[in-house]
Design a protein around this ligand. Structure first.
Ligand code: UYC
Length: 235
């Protein structure tokens, strides 16, 4: 195989997403040469990082590799061109999602999960922030843009494994059966609820859709409103 950076970049750009993901892994293993190809790849996609409301997962994987590469050139590149990551942090309510972006870039999924719940309380307003949990009626009023931003952040930093839209797909494929959903996403094992926080899996070895969590202590109406939100069927 070639180690010419130009040929490597050309090849990476020519193949479909699945093959891209495996070429990206190979490039990471090349070190400096690979990183320079990955930086060029990401740079050229500045404008096309989102496909509708969904992020480009190959670009997300590249971002994560450059983020964890112990290289001043990579750090400098990200700081210069993607200081807040690759997902536009759009909010209809002026909520700052950059602390969440940072935790997800660090792959600190437990802290990110906690912050996601806090951000949703912020989205619901002062009363929800006070009580520290959200009513399903508040979820129904959430702006689609903010939910799409939260979801895109989870997706892009998990190679498409985590996020509300992933949970929604599994829920739909389970015929909207909650019990089936819980077992598929690892929230329940037989009759036993997974215990918060120590029994949840806080890394990418988790089942698809495992995160972010929605506490079921007060029933399914909150997650039901979340997965039925128009955000997931709007462009
Ligand atoms: N917890 O068991 N959960 C908490 C989950 C349940 C409970 C937080 C998820 C079942 C209590 C999060 C599951 C249950 C607290 C989650 C789960 C239960 C708590 C922190 C699998 C007992 C203390 C955020 C469905 C049988 C707080 C928050 C309290 C917290 C998530 C108990 C994210 C996905 C039915 C006692 N659990 N939760 O909301 O409210 O507090 O007393 O779902």
């Amino acid at each position: 195989t070639s180690t010419d950076p130009v040929a490597l970049l050309t090849s990476l750009k020519a193949v479909p997403e699945k093959a891209q993901l495996s070429q990206i892994v190979g490039l990471e293993q090349l070190g400096e040469t690979g990183w320079s190809v990955l930086m060029e790849f990401l740079f050229e996609q500045r404008e096309g990082l989102m496909v509708g409301s969904l992020p480009n997962l190959a670009a997300g994987k590249v971002y994560q590799i450059l983020y964890r590469a112990e290289s001043p050139a990579c750090a400098n590149f990200l700081q210069t061109h993607f200081p807040h990551g690759i997902v536009p942090l759009r909010s209809q309510t002026n909520i700052d999602y950059s602390p969440l972006q940072k935790l997800l870039a660090q792959q600190d999924f437990q802290a990110a999960d906690k912050l996601t719940l806090e951000k949703m309380c912020e989205l619901a307003g002062a009363a929800a922030m006070q009580r520290n949990w959200i009513y399903f009626t508040e979820v129904e009023q959430f702006p689609a843009i903010d939910l799409q931003t939260l979801n895109a952040l989870w997706l892009v930093h998990s190679e498409g494994k985590f996020g509300f839209s992933v949970q929604r797909e599994i829920w739909l494929s389970a015929g909207k059966n909650w019990i089936k959903l819980w077992s598929k996403i690892g929230w329940k094992n037989g009759n036993t609820w997974t215990r918060y926080p120590q029994e949840f899996t806080w890394d990418l070895t988790a089942p698809k859709g495992h995160l972010p969590l929605s506490n079921q202590l007060r029933g399914v109406r909150m997650i039901s409103a979340l997965l039925a939100h128009p955000a997931w069927t709007q462009p």
